[in-house]
Structure formats: structure tokens, C-alpha cells
Write a protein that binds this ligand. Structure first.
Ligand code: SF4
Length: 70
């Protein structure tokens, strides 16, 4: 079975960025905080969730700030 995506940082089984075996979604990986993985305990999933919460809080804050002028 072939994969639809390949990482330009992967050299064989190794990650040239992290200097260790490729582990997609691990801290330092280019996918960290950007992709949700099917394995729930992948560190990227929590990072994505935190990023979404931060984005939601910021949007709510901005909405509250603009509501002050009406
Ligand atoms: S760990 Fe992430 S950045 Fe490194 S080779 Fe694997 S997919 Fe690419």
C-alpha cells in the first residue's frame, strides 16, 4: 500500500529535523499542532485542541471588545 503524503524531512526511517526516527505529530514535527491523528494520544491532537481553544477565546474577546461601543 502506498502513502499519499511524504515528508520532505524524512530520510529513510529518520527525521532530519528531530534527528530520530520519524514519528509524525511528535513535538517538533512539522505536523505538530496542525494535524489530528487517529491515535488519540498523539501529542499533535492536544496541540490542535489548544490552538482551537485559543482561537475561540481570541474571537470571543474581540467580539466582547467591539460590543463595548454599542
Ligand atoms: S517526524 Fe514529522 S517532520 Fe520529521 S520526518 Fe516525520 S513527518 Fe517529517
Amino acid at each position: 500500500m502506498s502513502s499519499a503524503w511524504t515528508c520532505s524531512h524524512q530520510i529513510g526511517e529518520e527525521c532530519e529535523l528531530l534527528k530520530k526516527p520519524c514519528d509524525p505529530g511528535d513535538k517538533g514535527c512539522t505536523l505538530y499542532g496542525k494535524a489530528v491523528f487517529s491515535i488519540p494520544e498523539n501529542p499533535s491532537n492536544a496541540a490542535v485542541k489548544r490552538r482551537e481553544e485559543t482561537r475561540r477565546e481570541k474571537a470571543l474577546r474581540e467580539e466582547m471588545e467591539s460590543a463595548k461601543f454599542f
